[in-house]
Design a protein around this ligand. Structure first.
Ligand SMILES: *[C@@H]1O[C@H](CO)[C@@H](O)[C@H](O)[C@H]1NC(C)=O
Length: 279
């Protein structure tokens, strides 16, 4: 099966590759009218049309190989994603902007597909990882994740819900569907006193993030830059201030506010839960 990203090896080099300057130059306050505006239509994420792709699996029945993926969700059990997850080919991964997106996947046109009472069972997975290209293998013979292929390298438990794992690779139909986690968006903090790196988790609706801003109790809104996977950063001294976030959905462009999510004594390594989520 295709090999997948490992956080420990690749994550840090991406952190280094990020420019400090962009965050400072583009830091700007958002005017208050942005979130006191009166009635407006709330964008709701709608399922997409079905498309064709293929699927394989990685790891074993424990799904332990899916931990530490390229979206930065770390331990998928602790962070609510469980075993129904997939690594996306480069084309679907969209440079990390597809992290958190939810897909319905069903096996089609293979003798290895499971069927129940004549209908094709489907599984809903969350994108938590990338399946990188392997250019030493042909795209149609092992290089399943090479661009421009749409490919899902699923956890083995998820794959086994729709087909016999002995198939190895199966043709599938897939579509984007709304993510429906319980509760609000969660923000996991990393970084240090001058650099706040936030992993955004438990996102509903499209499940994906386009842009983020942070506001300390003594600052205006500061634009955060995309680091890698589902993480965003600000190069600012925000210690000792309670923090709020403004988050924009990639799919629907909806903007929501998670006010005073972290108390002034917040620390890195902690996860802060909000009540806000997308539709
Ligand atoms: C790419 O494919 C080759 C040939 O099967 C294999 O030996 C190699 O380990 C693969 N590389 C990665 C990064 O998976």
């Amino acid at each position: 099966m295709a090999s997948t990203w490992n956080t420990k090896i690749h994550g840090f080099f991406l952190l280094l590759a990020t420019t400090v300057v962009s965050s400072l130059v583009f830091a700007h306050p958002i005017d208050a009218a942005g979130y006191t505006s009166a009635v407006r239509r709330v964008p709701v994420f709608r399922p997409s049309k079905w498309s064709l792709a293929h699927a394989t699996f990685y790891g074993d029945e424990t799904a332990s190989a899916t931990m530490g993926g390229a979206c930065g969700y770390g331990n998928l059990f602790q962070n609510g994603y469980g075993t129904n997850t997939a690594a996306l080919s480069t084309t679907l991964f969209n440079n990390g902007y597809s992290c958190g997106a939810c897909f319905q996947i069903k096996c089609t046109n293979s003798p290895h597909c499971y069927s129940s009472y004549g209908s094709t069972p489907f599984i809903t997975v969350t994108a938590t990882n990338i399946c990188p290209p392997n250019w030493s293998q042909d795209s149609n013979n092992g290089g399943w994740c090479n661009p421009p292929r749409s490919h899902f390298d699923m956890s083995k438990p998820a794959f086994m819900r729709i087909a016999n794992w002995k198939a190895g690779i199966i043709p599938v139909m897939f579509r984007r569907v709304p993510c429906a986690p319980k509760g609000g968006i969660r923000f996991q903090f990393q970084g240090n006193g001058y650099w706040l790196l936030v992993y955004v988790m438990n996102v509903a609706g499209g499940g994906d993030i386009a842009q983020m801003w942070v506001k300390g109790s003594r600052t205006g809104w500061i634009s955060m830059s995309h680091n890698w996977g589902a993480s965003y950063q600000a190069f600012s001294s925000l210690g000792g201030q309670s923090l709020s976030f403004r988050v924009q959905s990639y799919s629907t462009k909806e903007i929501i506010y998670a006010m005073n999510v972290a108390p002034s004594n917040w620390n890195t390594g902690s996860t802060y839960k909000s009540n806000a989520n997308f539709h």
